[in-house]
Design a binder for this molecule. Structure first.
Ligand SMILES: *Cc1c(COP(=O)(O)O)cnc(C)c1O
Length: 398
């Protein structure tokens, strides 16, 4: 911890008392030179590992050229990244911002404005989201989030959000009314506990959207950019959202967010309706183009699918007789180990054993390794996890 730590707001708590000074691939080194195996990727961000040379080379070149001019002018790599995203998805137009929350904020604004200005139905502004979801920390996106803890102390919250239980189409149906304009969800709830949407549920969600003329918004901020074994997680379900949002993995750690929407929504964001000073600037979109091209050229989504299956199978086998472990589940390289007790201490013990993981909700250990992680590193990580969890199980019996 540096001397400046007391000059920060304490909203991130104690930060585990760890400071990393160097990274490469799936490795991080702390101030003492101790090496760590990274199975969390800065919360599902560094999908190509730390300091990936496919990105650093292009970023270095861009740093010597130009950093920022504003969205008053054309930005070549912003246009190139938008083209890459639309060519490889069901979307037709992109808005760039700087974070996930901003991408979801843009999605919420676009949905409302489409109903208000394009359809002439300003009374339809309500968005249905889901319990245990996470959509960000701005006032609108924390309101959209289905977890009370992120809303604590921030009233009054903006109107126009209602919550359904996840994977429950009947309950969802009951919430659709004359004010509803959109349904917004994650295909895998990342922060909420690595909960996968069931295919049958998604089929009914899309049918309800069609039947009632609602927009379908998919939050791909954690699941997108190859993480779940497809470029975007919605592809697993054979659906085409009207809007989807990206951030975390898109820039390999450079701050960037994006909202992608279908053609019919284009005019809802007419000139002057929305904007961002930094959004899609030279540096973040250079990182975005390099990241996305690498994921596509090296077929890293497929790799994530294979490696993810391997990890879930191995963990299921090796943790099968551990009474602390309730379930191992995941989609690609977004994996959860649900335990019968809170996992905060286990996360710290794993850190002491030089393996970095994160929790997802109180009882789930979440793994989100680099899409380029080697089998050797995976095997080592699994073996440390198994040994830490079996020691904990033995201690619980005594
Ligand atoms: C992380 C995350 C967000 C918020 O992204 P920020 O960049 O922290 O604003 C929103 N939705 C999901 C699903 C996320 O995982």
């Amino acid at each position: 911890m540096g001397e400046g730590a007391n000059s920060l707001f304490p909203n991130y708590g104690s930060r585990y008392g760890l400071t990393f000074v160097k990274g490469e691939g799936s490795r991080l080194w702390d101030e003492q030179g101790k090496e760590y195996l990274d199975l969390m990727s800065g919360i599902a961000v560094t999908n190509l590992g730390h300091v990936p040379k496919q990105v650093t080379e292009r970023l270095k070149a861009q740093i010597d050229q130009l950093w920022h001019t504003s969205n008053l002018f054309h930005i070549p790599n912003q246009e190139k990244l938008a083209q890459l995203l639309t060519a490889n998805s069901c979307g037709d137009a992109v808005f760039f911002c700087n974070s996930g929350a901003e991408a979801n904020e843009a999605a919420i604004k676009l949905a409302r404005r489409y109903f208000n200005k394009v359809l002439g139905k300003p009374e339809q502004y309500e968005i249905i989201t889901f319990q245990q979801s996470f959509h960000g920390r701005t006032l609108a996106t924390l309101t959209a989030t289905g977890q009370d803890k992120v809303k604590d102390g921030f009233a009054p919250l903006p109107e126009g959000f209602v919550f359904a239980p996840y994977n429950d189409a009947e309950a969802l149906k009951q919430l659709i009314g004359p004010k509803t304009c959109a349904i917004m969800l994650e295909m895998v709830q990342g922060e909420g506990g690595v909960n996968r949407a069931e295919p049958e549920f998604i089929k009914q969600v899309t049918a309800l959207c069609e039947q009632h003329g609602l927009l379908l918004i998919i939050d791909e901020i954690q699941t997108g950019i190859g993480r779940t074994g497809k470029l975007f997680a919605y592809e697993h379900y054979g659906i085409q959202p009207d809007i989807f949002t990206l951030a975390k993995g898109l820039g390999s750690g450079m701050p960037i967010g994006a909202m992608v929407g279908k053609e019919k929504l284009r005019e809802a964001f007419s000139a002057g309706s929305h904007g961002s000073t930094f959004g899609g600037n030279y540096l973040s979109t250079t990182a975005g183009v390099a990241t996305l091209e690498t994921i596509l050229n090296e077929k890293l989504s497929e790799r994530a699918a294979e490696m993810g299956d391997y990890i879930v199978n191995e963990l299921s086998k090796q943790l099968a007789d551990n009474p602390l472990v309730k379930e191992v589940r995941g989609l690609g390289l977004l994996i959860g180990i649900e335990c019968t007790q809170p996992v905060a201490d286990l996360v710290t013990t794993l850190q002491e054993q030089a393996v970095l993981v994160i929790s997802a909700g109180p009882n789930v250990i979440r793994l989100a390794p680099s899409l380029l992680i080697t089998k050797e590193d995976v095997d080592r990580g699994i073996s440390v996890i198994r040994s830490v969890l079996s020691k904990q199980a033995a201690a619980a019996v005594q």
